[in-house]
Design a protein around this ligand. Structure first.
Ligand SMILES: Nc1ncnc2c1ncn2[C@@H]1O[C@H](COP(=O)(O)OP(=O)(O)OP(=O)(O)O)[C@@H](O)[C@H]1O
Length: 257
């Protein structure tokens, strides 16, 4: 579904992502891990188009999209849950999701088609709100939501856009303990549909264990491990560089932080 080939970005003399090649398949959830500053977010930014690559390629279904900006990539099927930067704070929860549903339906500027299918758009937005357990908050302005509810709303918006590639940046960061299972269940459901490539940047080992089909490890911008979770997590490089000791790993310590 999505591939990178020799993907590299340099900031001045610093190579933040260094020649990374990887393939992300439909029905597979890949977690990208690594210490602070390893290049995980920058790699995400290169794939979603927020940053231009210094060299290398990003391919979507085999097509080279390296030259496309972020909006074009979203239209082409790469969806990303940002950390609360793509919400309209003064619109209601329902309106935020409805805009995403409209964008997906291509109804954005065509008033006639908005009116002709208005009821359907509302129902679809309602459906996504129910999926993230935000139905009761439908009329609340986004600015008044708790942090956890904002994160759930982001997931609803991402679902509404129906992308083929779904990228999550620490989806449970800042959530209370009782909110985390809602989001993890949703990501499980998306994965179970088996038609999307799901990518996650995640620090929490329990989340990694619960969700990962595959783990990629970045270190100083380079890909240093790529494989099944058990093999990658028990590999010497991960044990020593990221978990400190095998005992820390067994105790479920975070990779960092
Ligand atoms: N716009 C930029 N200009 C200069 N340096 C940058 C820029 N963006 C990222 N970097 C540098 O690139 C490196 C990788 O940063 P990045 O945020 O991708 O790491 P990360 O693995 O996501 O870290 P964290 O786990 O702390 O979020 C860091 O050394 C960072 O300082």
């Amino acid at each position: 579904m999505l591939s990178t080939r020799g993907l590299t970005i340099r900031f001045g003399g610093h190579t933040a992502v260094d020649n990374v090649s990887a393939d992300f398949h439909a029905g597979q959830l890949t977690v990208i891990v690594g210490p602070n500053g390893a290049g995980k977010t920058t790699y995400f930014n290169l794939m979603s188009g927020q940053l231009p690559a210094t060299s290398g390629q990003v391919l979507l279904r085999g097509e080279d999209i390296t030259g496309s900006g972020p909006a074009a990539r979203t239209r082409q099927g790469i969806g990303r849950a940002f950390q609360l930067t793509n919400l309209f704070p003064h619109l209601s929860v329902h309106e935020n999701v409805r805009l995403a549903v409209q964008a997906r339906a291509g109804a954005g500027m065509k008033l006639w088609s908005i009116w002709s299918s208005h009821k359907e758009l509302i129902e679809r937005a309602e459906h996504y709100l129910q999926r993230v357990s935000l139905g009761a908050r439908r009329d609340t302005p986004v600015a008044a939501l708790s942090h956890g509810d904002k994160r759930k709303l982001e997931v609803a918006i991402l679902l509404a856009l129906e992308p083929e590639v779904m990228m999550f940046d620490e989806p449970t960061a800042g959530m209370s303990v009782d909110e985390v299972p809602v989001v993890l269940d949703l990501i499980h459901q998306v994965k179970a549909e088996r038609n999307k490539a799901v990518l996650l940047v995640e620090h929490k080992m329990d989340v990694v264990r619960a969700l990962a089909d595959r783990i990629i490890v970045l270190h100083h911008g380079a890909l240093v491990a790529d494989g099944e979770p058990a093999a990658v997590m028990s590999s010497a490089i991960v044990q020593e560089a990221y978990l400190g000791t095998a005992q820390a790993a067994a105790q479920g310590a975070a990779i960092h932080d």
